[in-house]
Ligand binder design. Structure first.
Ligand SMILES: Cc1cc2nc3c(=O)[nH]c(=O)nc-3n(C[C@H](O)[C@H](O)[C@H](O)COP(=O)(O)O)c2cc1C
Length: 214
């Protein structure tokens, strides 16, 4: 599945992005954890995310990242704080150039630096973690961030935006990076939907939050 997706990604990368819609793969069915999330009254909710602007798959050139749109919606609905993970060295605006760098980073299992760390992680016990799917994986800068902080004892709720591959096993990557956290099943939203159809995203997010008891 991963190999098929990578092949498909190379095809859509070569044919450029934007313009007519080309779906590289069927979006994965969203799966959610049924157990309600319990948050104690003195602990707050954090929505932590990485998102990129510029030329992006299937949406042309965007000024607000697909994942950022979903992150803001979640934060608004759960009354959470937002924190954006920014890479110390920004990724290129051009889609293809970005995919090449991301591929090199993944293949070398790089840990690119992030710009600024969060200084008050201790006050949160429930943390949504959002990211775009890059080469069927978590962007490496998110791995750097997860490994640089202590998420022990925290409830982590992943969400991603993607071009067709769904969560692509990223919940497992998060679990590996945060072995002492409870990682719930995540939500996957197609990037083009996030960018262009806020009513559809709102419906999905609300249904998902309801199953989490939030
Ligand atoms: C470097 C790179 C690699 C990508 N790899 C995948 C992929 O493997 N599977 C997929 O479904 N989409 C892939 N995409 C598409 C993005 O996941 C999707 O457009 C996402 O919504 C972008 O979110 P953002 O605007 O928050 O960065 C890739 C995009 C980029 C830039």
């Amino acid at each position: 599945m991963k190999k098929i997706f990578l092949l498909l990604l190379i095809i859509f990368t070569m044919s450029g992005c934007g313009g007519e819609e080309k779906t590289p793969a069927e979006p994965e069915k969203k799966s959610v954890e049924k157990a309600p999330v319990e948050t104690s009254s003195d602990k707050k909710i954090l929505v932590l995310y990485f998102s990129r602007t510029g030329e992006e798959y299937n949406v042309g050139t965007i000024t607000k990242g697909n994942t950022e749109i979903v992150a803001e919606m979640i934060a608004q609905k759960v009354g959470g704080d937002l924190f954006e993970v920014k890479p110390a060295k920004p990724y290129p605006n051009e889609y293809q150039a970005c995919t090449e760098i991301a591929k090199t980073e993944l293949e070398s299992n790089a840990r690119p630096a992030f710009e600024k760390n969060i200084d008050n992680l201790a006050q949160y016990d429930t943390i949504f973690i959002g990211y775009p799917i890059w080469w069927s994986a978590l962007p490496r800068v998110m791995m750097t961030f997860l490994e640089s902080n202590d998420f022990s004892g925290k409830k982590i709720i992943p969400f991603c935006t993607h071009g067709g591959s769904g969560l692509a096993g990223t919940e497992r990557e998060i679990k590996d990076a945060c072995p002492n956290s409870e990682v719930l099943s995540g939500l996957a939203i197609v990037g083009k939907t996030a960018q262009n159809d806020s009513a559809a995203v709102e419906k999905d997010v609300e249904a998902w939050l309801k199953t989490l008891g939030l």
